[in-house]
Design a protein around this ligand. Structure first.
Ligand SMILES: NC(=O)c1ccc[n+]([C@@H]2O[C@H](COP(=O)([O-])OP(=O)(O)OC[C@H]3O[C@@H](n4cnc5c(N)ncnc54)[C@H](O)[C@@H]3O)[C@@H](O)[C@H]2O)c1
Length: 440
């Protein structure tokens, strides 16, 4: 038990079947990141007794101190949960066997060669498998390759002697949470579930139904895993297409956002995607590579996805090229010029810098001798690969830039000062209110 373990004895508040089986908690969430923490809070808000487990004591300390990057609704939930005896925050893996169900929600990133880094997921699954006892349901919610739940959970549990679907239950249901998005409550977003057996699928659905209003069943773990890969590959391919269309429209001198908005009036067969500076976060830049990695081993060619991911990787470089071009047109040389990047997170209204194109853009501009600064109220400082640490400008007026690059536009950011800022390059394509802005 750690210093941040709330240490309160769990209290039985219902007469659920789990209590009959002697479980102290209805659900344990393993990994309390951008996805796991809101999930733990959603279960708790729906009346479940929750064991919220993270391997990082620093993360647990931040959560206890209210320093997690959460929507306001989740922040309120966290305040209530931390005062409630039916929500226990811990890093004590011995407690996992006291939960009726265990939900694994740890990161699945890619390495510098864009190869899946499964080390955290393997470690978490090994911990869970070793802790499992009869009667428990284990659900994987991390995005991963097809067959992962079988390889890391189902087979190791069989190897321990459990009969799957009778002694223990194994399911997969990818998270669909969209951090920073207030438009969709987590409870209202349907979830897709697949099980190792029909009984597992039903137990998985029962677990999700504790807080989710709609569960869609598929016939296998693999179908559920592949569903998530399709969802995020679909987004990646369409974002790559939108970026390409932006370049095509620029070459033909047609306003791309006007075209996308016009196409969006079609009530079927079209879904709008917008161009931008690139993609970031833990999903779009990573998940399709889990699929491509698996397909390479099978010698299956996936040309459309491969091309899309190449286009996405090249996008920050294109933004840098445009900065140089626009500076050049204004008669300003790149070296020694002053550029301010507005918004550095990978998307609006979060503090998440993971895989943010802004980092690559800032590093490339700095390598070209540009004096780069940034302004982002959600990111007080950021570290570049060189080790250099930049701190956010407090106010726009602190420097007089030669060019301002709008990279991310938070809903609460006041950009009225850009009217006087001179050359403004808009990588968001959403800043039509800034007079004279130039599109990437
Ligand atoms: N962030 C998103 O927008 C999003 C959306 C949908 C799905 N997902 C998927 O959800 C999964 C989790 O992503 P995330 O963004 O929440 O990650 P994250 O990096 O925000 O948090 C993961 C947490 O897991 C903890 N952890 C790592 N190993 C652990 C272990 N062995 N035991 C206990 N805790 C451990 C870390 O300390 C960290 O706090 C990934 O597979 C991701 O692809 C993410």
């Amino acid at each position: 038990m750690t210093a941040v373990d709330t240490g309160l004895a769990p209290v039985a508040t219902t007469t659920s079947p789990e209590i009959a089986l002697g479980f102290d908690y209805d659900v344990a969430i393993v990994g309390l990141g951008y996805v796991g923490l809101p999930t733990a809070l959603a279960y708790h808000a729906a009346g479940s007794r929750v064991l919220a487990l993270d391997a990082s004591s620093a993360r647990l300390t931040d959560i206890t101190a209210g320093r997690a990057d959460l929507l306001e609704t989740d922040r309120v939930r966290l305040g209530g949960a931390l005062r409630d005896r039916s929500f226990r925050l811990t890093d004590d893996i011995a407690l996992l066997s006291s939960a009726a169900a265990i939900v694994v929600c740890v990161p699945t990133p890619v390495d510098h060669q864009l190869v899946p880094d499964l080390s955290l997921l393997r470690a978490a699954c090994a911990t869970v498998v070793a802790a499992v006892r009869a009667g428990q349901t284990v659900m994987l919610t991390s995005t991963s390759y097809v067959g992962c739940t079988h390889d890391l959970i189902e087979q190791p549990l069989r190897d321990r002697g459990f009969v799957i679907g009778r002694d223990v239950f194994v399911a997969f249901s990818a998270e669909r949470i969209d951090p920073g998005n207030t438009g969709f409550a987590q409870e209202d977003v349907p979830r897709v579930v697949g099980g190792a057996t029909l009984e597992c699928e039903e137990e998985g659905a029962r677990l999700l139904s504790r807080y989710v209003s709609r569960v869609h069943h598929v016939s296998s773990l693999a179908a559920a895993e592949m569903t998530k890969l399709l969802e995020n590959t679909f987004r990646a391919v369409n974002i790559a297409l939108a970026n390409e269309f932006a370049e095509i429209c620029s070459a033909l001198d047609v306003p791309v956002t006007e075209v996308i908005d016009a196409a969006s009036t079609k009530p079927y067969g079209f879904m709008p995607f917008y161009p931008g500076p690139g993609v970031g976060g833990h999903c779009i830049p990573c998940d399709p590579h889990y699929l491509l990695w698996q397909l390479r081993a099978l010698r299956v060619d996936a040309r459309v996805i491969t091309e899309a991911m190449s286009g996405i990787s090249a996008r920050p470089g294109h933004v840098v090229d445009r900065v140089r071009e626009v500076l050049g047109r204004a008669g300003i040389g790149t070296t020694g010029s002053r550029v301010v990047v507005v918004g550095v997170t990978y998307k609006p209204d979060v503090a998440d810098l993971r895989e943010s194109p802004a980092i690559e853009i800032i590093e490339a501009l700095a390598d070209l001798g540009v004096d780069v600064q940034y302004l982002d109220s959600r990111v007080p400082s950021l570290r570049l690969a060189s080790g250099t640490v930049l701190t956010s400008l407090d106010e726009p007026g602190e420097v007089v830039p030669d060019l301002v690059l709008i990279h991310t536009r938070h809903a609460d950011a006041d950009l009225s000062w850009l009217a006087e800022a001179g050359v403004v390059l808009d990588a968001t394509y959403r800043s039509a209110d800034i007079a004279g802005r130039v599109l990437v």
